[in-house]
Write a protein that binds this ligand. Structure first.
Ligand SMILES: O=C(O)CCC(=O)C(=O)O
Length: 241
């Protein structure tokens, strides 16, 4: 079995998998430009009155900066998506979701020094009818130290078959404590692919450094016209993996 097949199987089996940048230098340059544009966007956002969603979320040192469709400077983000998807991550997403998968959401997730850990959660609740939704978290800088608050994932929590009675459960702190979580040391441009039902949480940032991820969510079988699609960011050719 090839490395690619093993990774593809791991995403289906575990609901989460780490992928490395195909071209680390290009990834690092694209990520630096994306980070600069994103942090400029964050400054602009913080200078504006809060939206209702932000007010509901409450004060936090973890910021969610929407990139699409709200961001004027989409190009550095799109370049980072292309570079992150140039290798294994793109091939895995194509295999999982197809070229027509809709780009549902792109945002920067910035955790400031002192940001608390999130509650463990899943982004979707499992449903037999729901189209598959996969999020790619791209590290915009090296994220090698647990004190920077990487995302923690609970593998094997994304599907009913991961549970003894084959009934999917949303996470609680108690259930999460009974299972193993993992975090991945990432270089700029490396990415984690996660099924939206996988339990996860952003860790506490106890370092003195801002931690920033680009998160892009793609959904299979979307019907809308005129929306960005996975195929707009990734070549069809399978890399030699
Ligand atoms: O900040 C993070 O590491 C993850 C945030 C996240 O995945 C979420 O809020 O759903």
């Amino acid at each position: 079995m090839s490395h690619f097949q093993r990774t593809e199987d791991a995403l289906s089996r575990d609901g989460v998998v780490v992928t490395r940048a195909a071209c680390p230098e290009a990834a690092s340059a694209a990520c630096a430009a994306c980070l600069a544009a994103g942090l400029e966007g964050l400054d602009r956002k913080l200078a504006l009155p809060q939206t209702m969603a932000e007010r509901m979320r409450g004060a936090s040192l973890r910021h969610f900066v929407p990139v699409w469709p709200a961001c004027a400077a989409m190009e550095p983000m799109a370049a980072t998506l292309r570079v992150a998807l140039a290798g294994e991550a793109g091939a895995l997403l194509l295999a999982a979701l197809g070229r027509d998968a809709e780009l549902r959401e792109v945002q920067l997730i910035v955790s400031e020094p002192g940001a608390a850990a999130q509650d463990v959660h899943s982004d979707s609740n499992w449903s037999a009818d729901a189209p598959r939704l996969v999020t790619m978290f791209v590290a915009l800088h090296d994220l090698l130290d647990e004190r920077m608050g990487p995302t923690f994932f609970w593998p094997n929590t994304h599907a009913p078959r991961c549970f003894p009675d084959e009934v999917w459960r949303p996470p609680t702190e108690l259930l999460a404590a009974e299972r193993r979580s993992v975090w991945y040391a990432l270089r700029a441009g490396d990415a984690v692919l996660m099924d939206a039902c996988t339990w996860h949480r952003g860790g506490a940032n106890t370092s003195g450094t801002r931690r920033t991820l680009l998160a892009a969510t793609f959904v299979r079988d979307a019907a809308a016209d005129g929306v960005p699609r996975l195929g707009d960011f990734v070549e069809t050719r399978k890399p030699n993996l």
